[in-house]
Design a protein around this ligand. Structure first.
Ligand SMILES: [Zn+2]
Ligand SMILES: [Zn+2]
Length: 248
């Protein structure tokens, strides 16, 4: 085999960096540069209520977190790998749209959960369901894949109690209040009996304002769940330009 062909072979079959797609020196899914960026992102302290990075001046002052919504969501806490930025954002996009890097990200979330949660803290994992039409168009369901992986690693069973009964228009350009109204009635519960006093860990890919997870938690608590927490790969900052449009 000529050198050129073997170089092409190497490129095709060596793993690419989940962040930047380079093939050089990949360890645990990322190139050295993306690994450094990931480490810098995930090592900054985050608010346990909303998942936002806490400013250096408030490393412990959870009550004063500037990222927390004014009305606290119905879920108890957010466990996440890191902020929706840099190599983590790139890896999530690759997982959602091309199906690559999903095992790597699921592994990172399993590690984050195991580091922050007791083994007996939850009874049930529920992926935040997509509307069937969106699932069909996407061809895959990333939160379901993540939930299955977390279940294998941490032992809590994946339930199917939560259903998406209504499609919701994309929320990107909506304010926090509008998002809440937008998702109202989006979920229903399939089997109330198995939710009685259940301690639920909801799984999704990205959380922004938390409106979707909050609506899911509302429905689960109304159906008898004891408490609901949220585990996501990444926390995205809400689009502030839209949030404050009315005030400017
Ligand atoms: Zn990279
Ligand atoms: Zn917060």
């Amino acid at each position: 085999m000529t050198r050129a062909i073997s170089a092409i072979f190497e490129l095709l079959f060596s793993p690419a960096c989940a962040g930047c797609q380079t093939h050089d020196d990949i360890t645990d899914g990322f190139c050295p540069e993306c690994s450094r960026a990931m480490l810098a992102m995930v090592s900054r302290p985050a608010c346990p209520r909303c998942g936002s990075i806490l400013p250096p001046s408030l490393p412990q002052a959870r009550e004063d977190c500037p990222g927390c919504p004014s009305v606290m969501p119905r879920f108890e806490r957010v466990i996440r790998v890191g902020p929706y930025a840099g190599p983590l954002k790139a890896a999530i996009r690759n997982a959602k749209y091309y199906g690559t890097t999903s095992t790597l990200l699921s592994g990172l979330l399993s590690q984050a959960i195991a580091a922050q949660v007791r083994a007996d803290e939850f009874d049930l994992i529920l992926p935040v369901p997509m509307f069937w039409l969106r699932r069909l168009m996407r061809g895959q369901n990333f939160p379901v894949a993540v939930a299955a992986h977390v279940s294998r690693k941490l032992g809590w069973p994946v339930g199917h109690e939560l259903m998406r009964v209504r499609n919701t228009p994309p929320q990107v350009h909506l304010s926090a209040t509008r998002r809440q109204a937008n998702v109202r009635g989006a979920f229903a519960v399939r089997d109330k009996k198995s939710l009685q006093a259940a301690r639920v860990l909801l799984i999704d890919d990205v959380v922004t304002t938390g409106a979707t997870a909050n609506e899911a938690a509302r429905v689960l608590l109304a159906a008898g769940a004891a408490h609901v927490s949220l585990a996501v790969i990444a926390k995205a900052e809400p689009p502030k330009a839209y949030e404050h449009k009315d005030e400017s």
